[in-house]
Design a protein around this ligand. Structure first.
Ligand SMILES: Cc1cc2nc3c(=O)[nH]c(=O)nc-3n(C[C@H](O)[C@H](O)[C@H](O)COP(=O)(O)OP(=O)(O)OC[C@H]3O[C@@H](n4cnc5c(N)ncnc54)[C@H](O)[C@@H]3O)c2cc1C
Length: 249
């Protein structure tokens, strides 16, 4: 659909990263959620609310690779000697449950996210590397802003143009930022990795707040006040208005 709407746009390109994802029953040992970077690779472990554990990994690799003996075996080769709980999580993974996906992103933004009465949102509009964990979040923001601007009673053409104008610059910037973080993660030469790791641990020691500054302007987004039908009251029982609230730090 994107190609049909914007035939001159080159479309997504391989980011150089392939990724794995798996959900496993809770490991026996307690663990802290973490994301660990190695040379050209990373592993993240996050507990889920239902007690299971979600793990994701990324590594620089040629496009289209698949392990001949399965992706669990590939994870073991690449991450089996990493710190706990990584080996335990790989061991607990059912072989067929390990997802592997090459990451494609759209560094060159689309000129708009709509054409005529057809509208794009989510990855179709702004595929990005998962290094800031924003692809799904931005898709949800798109949906909220689209609903806001196309609420019953509003002019559809103007609403779609307003959606494009509001979402395109924000998501294009996040695509670029995610690509920058992907480049940093992809470093694999020993001196470059040593400098990167030294810088990151210094910044972390100076204060976790500094690391979180990466998310300034991203995680402090607030939805438009009126999302649904024109004239409806918003969730706070107030007449809707697209007000920006002050960013929370
Ligand atoms: C390793 C990894 C980690 C990630 N981590 C995060 C994270 O922590 N936080 C975050 O916010 N995001 C994360 N993301 C990104 C997130 O998964 C995506 O941005 C999000 O799924 C995009 O949603 P979407 O609905 O736009 O597209 P999709 O989820 O791709 O949904 C599109 C759907 O359309 C279907 N489809 C395609 N073609 C057709 C057709 N012709 N007819 C009918 N159906 C069709 C597809 O099968 C698919 O189900 C991660 C991605 C990866 C790869």
């Amino acid at each position: 659909m994107r190609r049909a709407l914007f035939p001159a746009h080159p479309g997504p390109a391989y980011s150089g990263l392939t990724t794995w994802r798996v959900v496993v029953p809770a490991p026996e040992l307690p663990f802290e959620p973490h994301e660990t970077w190695g040379p050209g690779s990373l592993w993240g472990t996050q507990p889920l609310k239902d007690g299971r554990v979600y793990a994701y990994a990324a590594a620089t690799a040629p496009q289209g690779g698949k392990a001949p003996d399965g992706e669990k075996a590939e994870l073991l080769r690449r991450f089996g000697d990493w710190h706990d709980p990584v080996p335990g999580i790989i061991a607990a993974a059912a072989p067929k449950s390990v997802l592997r996906n090459d990451v494609h992103h759209m560094i060159r933004p689309l000129p708009a996210y709509h054409r005529g009465r057809t509208v794009l949102l989510g990855d179709a509009a702004h595929a990005m590397a998962p290094t800031l964990g924003q692809g799904g979040n931005q898709a949800i923001e798109d949906a909220i802003v689209l609903a806001h601007h196309t609420a019953t009673g509003l002019d559809l053409g103007a609403g779609l143009a307003a959606y494009s104008a509001e979402r395109q610059p924000r998501t294009a910037a996040i695509v670029r930022k995610s690509a920058q973080v992907a480049r940093l993660m992809s470093l694999s030469g020993t001196p470059a990795v040593a400098v990167r790791d030294a810088l990151m641990s210094t910044v972390s020691r100076l204060g976790p707040g500094l690391v979180l500054r990466t998310f300034d302007g991203i995680a402090d987004w607030r939805p438009p006040r009126r999302t649904y039908a024109a004239g409806a009251q918003d969730a706070h029982g107030e007449p809707g208005a697209h007000e920006e609230r002050p960013a929370r730090r």
